[in-house]
Ligand binder design. Structure first.
Ligand code: GLY
Length: 429
């Protein structure tokens, strides 16, 4: 079967590398891809939001399955465009991708179906939001309703900060129409864990857990990013916790979406926080995480193409997922200055040396080609993932691989997976 992957980051490179192992794969394409993806499959020069052009390409190249990695095309309805043309595609329709596309929708869904999450209120009127802040206790979290490149979530320690956040989103309209509504939410504390799942709308299968380091600089300092590294599995997300989440969070979410007439097929990424009163949902994403995918897929033993097809064809109940006992650690190499401002276009050396290391994978994110050489072309440039017998060994190998790569302005956090919490306890009844 010919397969088209849509996206251009480390997540899509990890998907491409896993699909290449599938016995059922004939030809693999990726649109728009990046310089590293182009070494592994045929890169197609069509943007991820050009739905009609992508569908034309799929129809013209006998594509048996299109796999969408990125959030924007899913939220924008790429799946509906493909389905209307009879083209098979992996991912949620627009009416289900709203689970990520609208924070107000997802919070109201959780409230309606009794899925544990922080207390919240939704506002589409600035004056009402400000008046509510007059009676709130702090900190609170102020969130733009729509997608805002991960920047629309503002933690506010006092009333002044919260009023500033409301004005930034609703008055200055920093995130455009994504700020037409806001959610003001209770600030929850506890360790966070990312859980990726496959679902076909009825059955849900849990991939392994991972934990992401979101702040830009070593020591959890600096601005939030898309993720500077991560590890898998998470020691405190044990079997008992997973079972509890299955009964109270994962399955109830899938059932809730179906009950709302929005059956969800694809990946649901549960962003969880382990509070003292039990696991709660911080956010949903309607797609694979990045860099979560870069530690999860290298540990997955299944034929990924088969799992995608089982989701798209509504037969996920036939599939059991299997993961290696090995641990994985991913270290992101970024351009100095990310996520604020940074330069691009620097030659990258040492890519082959790093990839030749045992159990080491180099996933390209912000890379491009200039005069036949691979150069930096984004904030998060590369993800270096390594597998090891345990997190400590995986960490050593990932940092070894990362140290072999060089480019002007290279930056990486030094503390990925260095502070892992082994056990925590909470009261979930
Ligand atoms: N790493 C967080 C995300 O993919 O949204």
């Amino acid at each position: 079967m010919n397969v088209l992957v849509v996206g251009s980051g480390g997540r899509e490179h990890a998907i491409v590398k896993s699909l290449l192992k599938s016995p059922g794969l004939d030809k693999l394409y990726c649109a728009p891809g990046n310089a590293g993806i182009a070494l592994d499959c045929e890169r197609v020069d069509i943007g991820a939001m050009e739905f009609d052009a992508l569908a034309d390409f799929a129809a013209g190249h006998d594509i048996g399955l299109t796999v969408v990695g990125m959030d924007d095309p899913l939220i924008g309805g790429i799946v509906d465009v493909f389905e209307a043309r009879g083209l098979k595609i992996f991912g949620p329709r627009k009416n289900a991708a709203i689970l990520e596309g609208s924070k107000a929708f997802s919070k109201e869904l959780m409230e309606k179906y009794d899925i544990p999450t922080g207390k919240f209120k939704v506002f589409d009127n600035r004056e009402e939001a400000l008046s509510y802040l007059g009676q709130s206790s702090f900190p609170v979290v102020v969130k733009a309703d729509g997608p805002a490149l991960g920047k629309g979530v503002i933690i506010c320690n006092d009333k002044d900060e919260a009023e500033g956040a409301v004005s930034t989103i609703m008055e200055e309209r920093k995130f455009g129409s994504s700020g037409d509504r806001i959610v003001i939410e209770e600030f929850l504390t506890g360790p966070e864990v990312s859980v990726l799942t496959f679902t076909d709308g009825e059955t849900i299968r849990v991939m392994s857990s991972s934990q992401d380091y979101k702040r830009a600089y070593t020591g959890n300092k600096g601005p939030n990013t898309g993720g500077m590294g991560n590890y898998s599995p998470v020691p405190f997300f044990d079997e008992k916790t997973e079972k509890w989440c299955m009964d109270h969070i994962f399955m109830p979410t899938v059932r809730a979406m179906s009950a709302e007439g929005r059956p969800f097929s694809g990946v649901i990424f549960f962003g969880l926080i382990m509070t003292k009163s039990g696991p709660k949902v911080l956010e949903y994403n309607a797609r694979f995480g990045d860099p979560e995918t870069q530690v999860i897929l290298p540990r997955m033993k299944n034929d990924l193409l088969e799992v995608f097809l089982a989701c798209a064809e509504g037969r996920l109940s036939d599939v059991e997922l299997e993961f290696s006992d090995k641990a994985a650690v991913c270290v992101i190499l970024s351009s100095s200055g990310y996520p604020l401002s940074y330069e691009k276009g620097f030659r990258i050396d040492g890519l082959d040396r790093a990839a030749e290391q045992e159990d080491t994978f180099v996933f390209h994110a912000g890379t491009g080609l200039k005069d036949g050489e691979i150069v930096t072309n984004g904030g998060r440039v590369l993800g270096v993932t390594a597998l090891g017998a345990d997190i400590r060994e995986a960490r050593e190998k990932a940092y070894k691989g990362a140290s072999l790569i060089d480019f002007s302005g290279k930056y990486m956090r030094q503390d990925i997976a260095s502070d892992i919490i082994r056990e925590i306890s909470w009261d979930t009844e």
